[in-house]
Design a protein. Structure first.
Length: 315
C-alpha cells in the first residue's frame, strides 16, 4: 500500500456531521466570499447526460487545497428510497495534489447547498425576517429549514408539496430543527405572510405568480441547474434584486435567470454576484424582493470540505 493511500482520511456522513455543524458550514461559505474569492473564476464543471440521469464533475482549488466532486443526479431515485443526488468527494493537497481525504459527497452536498443559501439570506434579509414558506418536501427542503433556523429566529414554517403525505412527513422532520416555530403543511396562500421563501423542487415551470411575493421577501431558488427548468416567474426576477453565484453560471445554467433574460424582464447588467454582495460592492435592496438563484458550484463543496479536513487535523 502506498503512503498516500495509507494516510488518506475517510470521512463518512457521521464524521462530517460531527466535524462541521450547519453553523460551521455557513461561516465557511461566508469567509471564503468575504476573503475576496470570486466565484466567477471558479473552475468550470462538466455535466454529462447518461442513462437514468447525469454525471457532474465539479473541481475547485483555493486556500491551499484542491477538490473534485463526482456527483450523479438520478431523478428516479426518490421512488427507490435514495437521494436524487449521490456523490463522492476527494480533497487534494494544494501543492502536491496528493489526495488527503475522501468523503461522503452526498452528505457534503446536503450540507453545503443550504449553507450557501443561508449565508446569502443572512446578508440580504431583514433581521426580523422569520416567516418561511418552503416549496418542496425532499431532503433539501428540510435542510433549508435547518439552515435558515441558524441565521434567523423563525416564527412560522410552511412546507408545500404535491403529495400531502410527503409534505406532512417533511413538516415533521422540520420540527426537529425549527423547535420554536409553528411548523405545518402550507399552501400558496401562505405567501401573503412569507418574508422568507425557498424553492427546492424539480419543477419545470414557475410555482406561483410574481405578484404573490411580498416586497420585503427574500426568495431562494435551488431546484435546478438546467436551462429548461424554472421555479420562479420571469416577472418576479424583473421586480427583484437578483443575486447569483456568477454571471457565467447564471446565464448558461439557471433556467429562472435565462427565461427572465429572454423575456426582457431582466438585463444582464442587473445581476448581482455573491462576490459583489459579500465584499460590499453592492448593498441589499430595501425596496424590492431579494432573489437568490443558485445552481451549485465546486468552490462551495471545497469551502465546507476543507473545514472538515482541518477540524480533523485539529483533533
Amino acid at each position: 500500500m502506498s503512503d498516500v493511500i495509507a494516510d488518506l482520511a475517510l470521512i463518512d456522513a457521521a464524521t462530517l456531521a460531527a466535524r462541521v455543524s450547519m453553523a460551521d458550514a455557513i461561516r465557511a461559505v461566508g469567509e471564503v466570499l468575504r476573503s475576496g474569492f470570486d466565484p466567477e473564476g471558479d473552475l468550470p464543471r462538466t455535466i454529462l447526460d447518461i442513462p437514468h440521469g447525469q454525471l457532474l464533475l465539479m473541481p475547485a482549488a483555493f486556500g491551499g487545497m484542491a477538490g473534485q466532486k463526482l456527483a450523479s443526479v438520478a431523478p428516479d431515485n426518490p421512488a427507490h428510497g435514495r437521494d436524487r443526488i449521490q456523490a463522492v468527494y476527494v480533497v487534494l493537497d494544494g501543492t502536491t495534489l496528493a489526495p488527503i481525504a475522501v468523503m461522503d459527497g452526498t452528505a457534503l452536498t446536503s450540507l453545503r447547498t443550504p449553507a450557501v443559501s443561508a449565508a446569502v439570506v443572512d446578508a440580504l434579509a431583514g433581521p426580523d425576517a422569520g416567516d418561511l414558506v418552503v416549496f418542496g418536501t425532499g431532503p433539501q427542503a428540510v435542510q433549508h429549514v435547518r439552515a435558515l433556523c441558524t441565521v434567523r429566529a423563525l416564527r412560522t414554517v410552511r412546507l408545500i408539496g404535491r403529495d400531502p403525505a410527503k409534505a406532512a412527513d417533511a413538516a415533521a422532520h422540520a420540527r426537529d430543527f425549527a423547535t420554536e416555530a409553528d411548523v405545518a403543511v402550507g399552501s400558496v396562500a401562505d405567501l401573503a405572510a412569507a418574508d422568507l421563501m425557498v424553492c427546492a423542487t424539480t419543477a419545470t415551470d414557475p410555482l406561483f405568480a410574481a405578484d404573490a411575493v411580498r416586497t420585503d421577501a427574500t426568495v431562494v431558488a435551488i431546484g435546478s441547474h438546467e436551462p429548461g427548468k424554472a421555479e420562479l416567474p420571469p416577472a418576479l426576477l424583473g421586480r427583484g434584486q437578483v443575486v447569483v453565484e456568477s454571471r457565467r453560471v447564471a446565464s448558461t445554467e439557471a433556467g429562472d435567470v435565462i427565461r427572465a433574460l429572454d423575456a426582457g424582464a431582466l438585463h444582464p447588467e442587473e445581476l448581482v454576484t455573491m462576490h459583489e454582495l459579500f465584499t460590499g460592492k453592492v448593498s441589499p435592496a430595501k425596496d424590492r424582493p431579494r432573489i437568490v438563484k443558485t445552481c451549485g458550484m465546486g468552490w462551495q463543496d471545497l469551502a465546507v470540505a476543507a473545514r472538515a479536513v482541518r477540524a480533523g487535523e485539529e483533533r
